[in-house]
Design a protein around this ligand. Structure first.
Ligand code: PMP
Length: 314
């Protein structure tokens, strides 16, 4: 089933999904000149709530700046656009895909003469690595593909063309029968999954690679770090080697799509007991308690789409 919704927010207005199209000479289609986000809105008793919208739209602005791409909509305006798109599509939970790209005006590699176009798509989408994965964990492989070098690309940017690197990692992992691949950085230290950050636990301490290992500055990574601290765990930023993963007590991925997903094996070696570990479970449970509206939103992460009394809609 192709992903679909009724309405798309495009360049300032809601238009029917089928009309949200581009010309084949769109610059971004040829050269990857786009920046994007992945955001979730969660179902709560008071209707859908966007999770950490300001942080995601700040990162979108950061990515656009790196790409010298003028983005004329503020984070606040894009949050309003997101809410209008969720309302129009009558979604009570969804995945949100903002995309900013260079449009059509010639094929010069320097595309700064092309118009900058903006969309915010909202679609219904379940657990990215599978619902079962959240409980059972996933089997992963260390990729033969390295994470992009910061001297050649901008790993902190969520930039379309850079996702060739992620595609190579994901395709290889799937061809080998794994759910996901983990890349090493250009120096051989552990970086991240093709679309997730990685956490390791050993002797009760939580470790995650620093930003200098070519990783994306994940919003869910920051969420997991914050929740781990709330729960009283010690967290350290550390450059990790491949074999440290092999002998970890627990491993988990974080990402907007993957949420908090345990990793149960790496290169066919079981991690810990080969199933979700207790610290992973504690962080995961707090995460889902907040996103479902069961636990107080102490950090102000949830932004409700409907005002009180407006929900439920017809
Ligand atoms: N790394 C990469 C390469 C990603 O694409 C993503 C998904 N945006 C992440 C990490 C996780 O980031 P976030 O938690 O902000 O979704």
């Amino acid at each position: 089933m192709p992903m679909q919704a009724d309405w798309m927010w495009m360049n300032g207005q809601l238009i029917p999904w089928e009309q949200a199209t581009v010309h084949v000479f769109t610059h971004a289609l040829h050269y990857g000149s786009s920046v994007f986000e992945g955001i979730r809105a969660y179902h709560t008793p008071n209707g859908p709530a966007i999770f950490r919208g300001p942080e995601h739209y700040r990162r979108l602005h950061d990515s656009a700046k790196m790409m010298r791409m003028p983005l004329e909509y503020s984070a606040e305006a894009l949050i309003e656009a997101t809410k209008s798109s969720i309302r129009a599509n009558k979604l009570d939970s969804c995945y949100i895909r903002p995309l900013v790209f260079r449009g059509r005006n010639g094929l010069g590699v320097d595309g700064r003469n092309c118009p900058v176009e903006v969309i915010v798509g909202t679609i219904s989408w379940g657990a990215y690595l599978g619902a079962e994965a959240l409980e059972q964990g996933v089997d992963v492989v260390i990729s033969s593909w390295r994470r992009m070098s910061p001297g050649a690309f901008m790993p902190l940017g969520k930039i379309g063309g850079q996702y060739i690197n992620s595609q190579l990692i994901a395709m290889e992992a799937h061809d080998l029968g794994y759910t996901e691949g983990i890349s090493l950085d250009p120096n051989g230290f552990v970086a991240e999954g093709s679309g997730e950050n990685l956490f390791m636990i050993r002797n009760g301490i939580i470790f995650t690679p620093p930003l200098s290992t070519s990783i994306l500055n994940g919003i869910t990574r920051h969420t997991a770090i914050t929740l781990a601290a709330d729960l009283g765990f010690e967290i350290q930023y550390a450059t990790l080697t491949r074999e440290m993963l092999y002998i970890a007590d627990e491993l988990f991925f974080t990402g907007t799509a993957a949420e908090i997903t345990p990793v149960r094996s790496v290169d066919r070696l079981p991690i810990g007991a080969g199933s979700r570990g207790p610290i992973t479970k504690a962080i995961q449970e707090r995460f889902f308690a907040i996103t479902s509206g069961e636990y107080p939103d102490e950090h102000g992460w949830m932004d409700h789409v409907y005002a009180e009394g407006e929900w439920p809609i017809e």
